[in-house]
Ligand binder design. Structure first.
Ligand code: IVH
Length: 666
């Protein structure tokens, strides 16, 4: 077996080297196929001989088993944010404050990567824990997902314990590919690479995260006392030496004028980068001066983030179209001459409601200014009045629904206009889209375009018809092959056994969200029982108010709805709750209603497991120690929380005290 161990070691070494060359240095020495071949060899060895699996094996890059939640973990030191500068004046003031305090300075200019702050902990040369920023004090443990990022070294040649911080991001190319795939599957695309990166790192299944090609740039070391660096620039060089990926566009400059030049350069060239940046970070380079300047409550005084202004562009308003939502709300949408704003082409933007169009005096034919709100959702800000053509038209909302011609109404107290015709085609189609959506019946492959076609061909008139679809109905549709049809019919068949709450939510009962659907399904168990429930009874349930109770009962009393449910039942669509019943257990008197904080490392179970068990006993488990905390359970290396508990005189239990009580209770 010594031979096999040697081969495993060699595979680790080669795969790590290739990842480093490809993802950190951008300079691969072997073709992808070579990497894949070696990786598969290692996967096979680990499958046959699980004793060779290690937490830092390159095979973890493909992802492991799915988690049910992310554990919350307190940061060793808070992850702060930066003060902002929006213009030259802000920057000159920043420079002045610094010089008043520490005299002459050198600055380090860095690109402000538009991603997600992460912190990575290394112990004995191994990547052991990766956290999100969270609220700055407590983050979430996303180690498994971060391990799938090839640019993050799993092993380094250094045995110190330290934490590096940086920004995880999705390169533009990966983002474009991901959205193309999403659109092909009729899924909602991500608005920008930052959202896509955040969504990927929040995947509970690291195998899915592994499919999203993320990267990272590290920009700081948490505790620099262990490093030899005297400056930020030397610290980054040291990170490079250790095999971390740092951004190479950084530049040391000697004056604020040079900072402004750096900003100017990247304002012009940012589009040429293969990733998004949303500004420039300026840091005092010398660590001694940084120490001198210190921190405010929220951010370091020695650094500032210059934010690029939200991009505004002018384009033409070609028309105003109406879209009708599932609940009949009619929204005016601007149809624009396509234009690029903050990285994407925009051809439509919501105008929200008629009042807003008139307040902003926006007319069809106008040149209008477009901006992305929060750099995500396109918005029409105003009309450019001095460019207004003579034939620009003032817009008036129609009095009748553009889809079904029914009269539109404005409900008292609402700005929105609504079509209240329950048989309105546009609403029905939207309702079906909702019915098949992920949190409802979760029928994959039945996207907007297919539903529209089926509706127009009169193959589906209501949601129950979905379960009556046949191969003959589906094959003639655009872009539908035998395989796709087979998959879709399978997905429809599988969805019949969904638990009741999915069906309830899918029906689209007004005010009934995912959470309340679950509450109802769990409490009443079946559709038949729900049919008998009164408004008063529903209102007795915690979380269910008058509006919702009334809406549910009125809906379920409706003859048409009863017929619809029968039509679903005839196709064996499940009408019962299949989840676990969370019975209200009587907690243990010693723990019932106690506020408990877990801190430090536990030996016999994870903090998460301990927390879950305590909650089952009726305790409330929280993250921070306050005067209201009843008990602090302190494991090994408990830090500031234990100090706080001692200050407040809170009861402190050791892990042994806790285990003893647990054993007694059990
Ligand atoms: S330094 C004390 N450097 O921008 C905080 N931050 O509020 C030190 N960011 O979410 C942050 N690129 O994640 C720093 N080169 C860079 C950065 C950077 C992006 C993010 C950071 C944080 C935000 C600053």
């Amino acid at each position: 077996m010594a031979d096999l161990q040697a081969r495993v070691d060699e595979l680790h070494q080669l795969l790590n080297q290739y990842s480093y060359e490809y993802y950190v240095k951008d300079n691969p020495s072997v073709p992808d196929s070579e990497y894949d071949k070696l990786l598969h060899e290692l996967i096979e060895i680990e499958q046959e001989h699980p004793e060779y699996q290690t937490a830092d094996s390159p095979t973890v890059r493909v992802g492991g088993s799915a988690q049910s939640t992310f554990e919350k973990v307190a940061h060793d030191t808070p992850m702060l944010s930066l003060g902002n500068a929006f213009n030259e004046e802000d920057l000159r003031k920043f420079d002045q404050r610094i010089r008043e305090r520490v005299g002459d300075v050198e600055y380090m200019c860095e690109l402000k990567i538009d991603g997600l702050a992460v912190s990575l902990k290394y112990e004995n040369g191994q990547f052991v824990q990766g956290l999100t920023r969270g609220d700055g004090t407590v983050g979430e443990d996303i180690t498994e997902n971060l391990k799938t990022i090839h640019a993050i070294p799993l092993k380094i040649n250094d045995s110190r314990t330290f934490e590096v911080r940086g920004e995880a991001y999705m390169p533009r190319q990966s983002f474009i590919k991901l959205n193309e795939a999403k659109e092909q599957n009729d899924e909602q695309p991500f608005a920008n690479p930052r959202n896509a990166a955040a969504g990927s790192l929040r995947q509970l299944d690291s195998k899915l995260a592994a499919k999203r090609k993320l990267s990272v740039f590290l920009y700081s070391v948490n505790d620099l006392t262990q490093f030899n660096a005297n400056t930020q620039s030397e610290a980054l060089d040291e990170l490079d030496q250790l095999g971390f990926k740092t951004n190479q566009q950084r530049q040391r400059v000697q004056s604020i004028d040079d900072v402004l030049k750096y900003i100017e350069k990247w304002t012009e060239q940012r589009e040429d980068l293969p990733y998004d940046i949303d500004g420039i970070v300026i840091k005092v380079n010398a660590l001694e001066q940084q120490d001198d300047l210190g921190f405010t409550q929220k951010s370091p005084r020695w650094a500032i983030a210059y934010k690029f202004p939200a991009e505004e562009v002018i384009t033409e308003l070609l028309d105003i179209e109406l879209s009708i939502g599932r609940t009949g709300v009619v929204t005016p949408t601007a149809v624009l001459s396509p234009v690029k704003v903050a990285g994407t082409t925009v051809s439509r933007a919501s105008l929200h409601n008629e009042d807003l169009i008139h307040e902003r005096d926006i007319r069809i034919g106008d040149s209008v200014v477009i901006k992305k709100a929060g750099d995500i959702i396109p918005e029409v800000i105003k009309a450019v009045i001095d460019r207004r053509p003579n034939d620009a038209q003032v817009y008036h909302m129609p009095t009748h629904c553009p889809s079904c011609k029914h009269e539109l109404v404005r409900i008292e107290g609402e700005v929105a206009l609504r079509c209240i015709n329950p048989k309105c085609q546009a609403q029905l189609v939207e309702g079906m889209i909702h019915f098949v959506s992920r949190q409802a019946m979760n029928i994959d492959g039945l996207g907007t375009k297919i539903i529209q076609q089926l509706y127009e061909n009169e193959k589906i008139k209501d949601i129950a018809d979905i379960f009556y679809l046949t191969e003959e109905d589906l094959l003639p549709l655009e872009r539908m092959g035998t395989k796709k049809v087979e998959n879709l019919l399978n997905a429809i068949e599988t969805s019949k056994s969904n638990s009741l709450e999915q069906l309830l939510f899918g029906l689209g009962i007004r005010h009934l969200g995912v959470k309340a659907s679950r509450v109802l399904a769990e409490k009443y168990g079946s559709m038949d029982t729900l049919f008998e429930v009164s408004e008063e009874e529903l209102m007795g349930i915690h979380d269910i108010g008058h509006k919702l109770a009334q809406s549910v009962v009125t809906y379920l009393e409706n003859e048409d709805i009863r017929a619809l449910i029968q039509k679903l039942e005839a196709k064996n669509v499940n009408m019962t709750y299949k989840g676990v019943k969370t019975t209200e257990v009587e907690g243990h008197p010693e723990l019932q209603d106690k506020t408990i904080v877990l801190t430090g490392k536990l030996q016999q179970m994870t903090r998460n497991e301990a927390g879950e068990w305590l909650e089952l006993q009726g305790a409330k488990v929280t993250n921070s120690v306050t005067k209201k905390t009843d008990i602090v359970i302190a494991g090994e290396d408990a830090g500031s929380k234990l100090t706080k508990a001692e200050k407040y005189g809170t009861t402190v239990w050791s892990e042994d005290d806790f285990i003893e009580l647990k054993n007694n209770i059990e």
